[in-house]
Write a protein that binds this ligand. Sequence first.
Ligand code: GAP
Length: 584
Amino acid sequence: MGETTDKLTELAKRRGFFLQSSGAYGGVAGFYTFGPHGATLKQNIENAWRERFALEEGHQEVDAPTVMPEDVFEASGHLDGFDDMLIECGDCGATHRADHLIEDNTDIEDAEALPLDEVESLVAEHDIVCPDCGASLASRSVEDFNLMFKTNIGPGSSDPGYLRPETAQGIFVEFPLLKEYARGQLPFGVTQVGRAYRNEISPRKSIIRVREFTQAELELFIDPEEDSPDINSVADETLSLYPVTEQNKEDGQVINRTVREAIDEGIIESPWIAYYLGISKQWYQSIGVDMDRFRFRQHLSGERAHYAADCWDAEAYATGDWIELSGFAYRGDYDLRKHDEYSNEEFTIFKQYDEPITVERPTVDPDMSALGPEFGGDAAAIADELERLTEDNPTVFETADDSVTVDIDDVTYDVPLEHVNYSIEEQTESGEHILPHVIEPSFGVDRIVYTVLEHAYREDTVDDEQRSYLALDPQVAPTTVGVFPLMTQDGLDEVASDVAEELRRSGLSVAYDESGAIGRRYRRQDEIGTPFCVTVDYQTLDDDTVTIRERDTTEQVRAPLDDLSTILSNLRDGELRFSEIVNE
Ligand code: GAP
């Protein structure tokens, strides 16, 4: 995984960013606990996401349960289609993702898109061995493995449920009410930040591929015929794009295009996706993802999820590889259509026409007084089927001689036309029920936390000593300021403790530290990414000023105590640069 990754994983555990959970019982693969600094960093990133993707965009946030009944996933397609390719070692019993083994051992980059039998042949052809014990996997079968965790709702096993594999379903199933809250007006967006669960075959790379993780998702519901985004705010933003056309070339390259160019040249088909790539790039940059290690890659057709018509991923280079941080999918009407079909609720929205229109509608008015005696208990079902036929295939009535044929549960009925009362009627309609389409930016928070940490990891030399530090953006750093007394004597510690208390009361995240040499205290804060440290010294007792030290440059400046909380808040919020105080 690389030297930086190893150092970061060690630092993460030692300084409480993240660690494998249930360690006292040997640990469980794919489950991680965020320690105090990691939990705060994660929360800061989630809040920055909310700020940009919910509040600034004017969307609502929901908080749905993580366990959902089986029916939901039967409708969504996850029960049938949410599989990865499993191969099990015959010798040691270890399980692996067959597509990952192919990618690790051949030049093939996207084995996920290949059919099972081809993957099985490739394992044999390349004589791939079990990474755990070295035994040949050549004769082993490759099977689909469903990634959902199953449970039972209540006692007994009659009511199966699943831990949601994506937060999105918690939004889709509530659409009938969510559309009311949005007063039936498209477009509208609903966000959710919450846990998702996938029983990954081989969790790996610390918090990059885990079995329980946090997603931040936005489901934007649009009328595909009417709605388009206002791209002006991001039109000139340059995106690093790796489209399918480039991936398919031998020497394919990442290409740079502005959002507007990418739309005009047809590189990104949906302007909505282009818009979200634009604001996402700005957001990733604002939280400290290095833009030299960042790109948007389009999914190859075999790689797309079962619901996606087009999809782009935001990827960052970390752990020695390109990692998918978020996906931007055009889900079409797939989800709402499926829930409309499988549930008892309406997942359509009423779209009012500008002017009422007059249309000719085929109708039937089955004569039950005739159908009843002729077909007995089947008459009602026949009448329903006649109405369905009127909507789906009215020509059967127009081409029929004197009876229409109706099939119900493999039984055929000949219904005399005279009892059907088929006619074409003129109707005035003020609108129609449509299924909105969905645009979905979906972010994996754990991977973003990891990337922000790895991209922030730095080493340098300060005062002839080797230093490692995290150059975290002040907006997301777990602690904004460390406060120290130069010495724990002559009242310096009391003043420093009061300063820390006051800064906390003003809403800053503060660490107070009086133990050890001042240099050691700076290093401790540098290592957890605290951007500023304030030191109370003897001059403070004379003139009520303190030093503020900046982490990356280690430069220091004196500032009056009275202005301290304002200065630090402005530094944190990006409204003031440290160099601007130095130069004052
Ligand atoms: N609702 C769409 C959806 O779930 P996805 O691409 O499967 O799309 C979205 O997941 C994001 O969730 C990914 O881009 C990734 O960052 C994160 N993610 C997916 N599986 C993960 C795992 N096993 N561990 C950590 N993060 C994961």
